[in-house]
Design a protein around this ligand. Structure first.
Ligand code: TA6
Length: 310
């Protein structure tokens, strides 16, 4: 089983409309409302590929109820810590030219006893999991070191840990040496303590981070694919060219593919292929964190993975 952890769960609302005009009334053509937040998106994309998964995290209020009911309806197992506060709404406004504007609420404030309940639940769930994937921002009240703490708990129960977050939560979380992370270039530079001037310097930087104890690192290059350093070997991964409908959630779908590949013990190149095909498939649907399994299977053959030496 794969477990995904979303500490700041959300209702992901996608509004499709002709054009967004600031200061004016805009009428929405189509609305999608899905259980969301990065880890829940990861869980859905795993489930859509027929792989056992369970979603956990914090959920509260009527938005939390909506998230849990939605997951049940989508056939995704879940076991959340119920909180006093109200889970957030994240809004993605898509215009007819495919321009996306995201408005992400900060989310609820988490109390000390709710964090303690999360520690205890994770200890039980991680003991049954091959991979535990932590994704997304931290809600208010949660210390920046909380991911590092939870990673320690999951690793001590024998799980392989993924961490997909940003900023200080990532830098602090990475100190616990998760198996896989997905930083952007600025975060790699911050971590290394110096700027990165070109692709060669980025590659050397990723290899140094492998040596520092994080075995698998992918840096996204958007529609161009990714650069990855896995166990001291670098790979340039080229994503298939597609007509994107909605790019929100592509990173989450990438993590989902990587988690499936890792849980199934696939070779590194195949993990990267599955991650990239899943991320690209997400761009073909109007919903965030959503793939058609047939798209993933078709795109797998179109991903190019090249080993980069020197
Ligand atoms: O990756 C896209 C997305 O998952 C949205 O669907 C939205 O829920 C958002 O990210 C949340 O990101 P955050 O980093 O605030 O947890």
């Amino acid at each position: 089983m794969i477990v995904t952890v979303t500490l700041n769960a959300a209702i992901d609302k996608t509004y499709h409309l002709p054009a967004l005009a600031a200061g004016q009334v805009s009428r929405v053509d189509r609305v999608y409302a899905e259980p969301g937040g990065k880890g829940i998106n990861v869980a859905r994309v795993i489930a859509q590929q027929g792989v056992p998964v369970l979603a956990t995290g914090f959920a509260g209020g009527s938005n939390g109820d909506f998230i849990e009911r939605g997951l049940t309806r989508q056939g995704i197992a879940h076991d959340f810590v119920k909180i006093e506060g109200e889970s957030r709404i994240c809004l993605n406004i898509m215009d007819q030219d495919g321009v996306s504007t995201e408005l992400l609420e900060p989310g609820p404030t988490i109390a000390g006893q709710e964090m303690e309940a999360m520690r205890q639940k994770l200890a039980l769930l991680a003991a049954r999991a091959k991979v535990v994937a932590f994704s997304g921002s931290l809600p208010a009240g949660v210390p920046k070191s909380f991911y590092a703490e939870l990673i320690g708990i999951a690793q001590s129960r024998g799980a392989v840990v993924f961490l997909d977050t940003s900023g200080e939560a990532l830098l602090r979380g990475a100190e616990a040496k998760p198996y896989f992370i997905k930083p952007n270039e600025d975060e790699v530079a911050q971590w290394l303590g110096h700027s990165i001037k070109d692709a060669h310097a980025l590659k050397q930087g990723l290899l140094r981070l492998n040596e520092a104890g994080v075995p698998c690192i992918s840096v996204s290059m958007g529609a161009q694919g990714s650069l990855a350093a896995f166990h001291g070997v670098c790979f340039r991964v080229y994503a298939p060219k597609v007509e994107a409908v909605n790019a929100v959630g592509c990173g989450d779908a990438y993590v989902a593919g990587m988690a499936i590949g890792t849980a199934q013990g696939l070779p590194v190149e195949e993990c990267l292929r599955l991650a990239t095909a899943s991320g690209t498939a997400n761009a073909l649907t109007p919903r965030a964190g959503y793939v058609e399994h047939e798209d993933v299977k078709r795109l797998l053959g179109e991903v190019v993975v090249e080993r980069v030496d020197g």
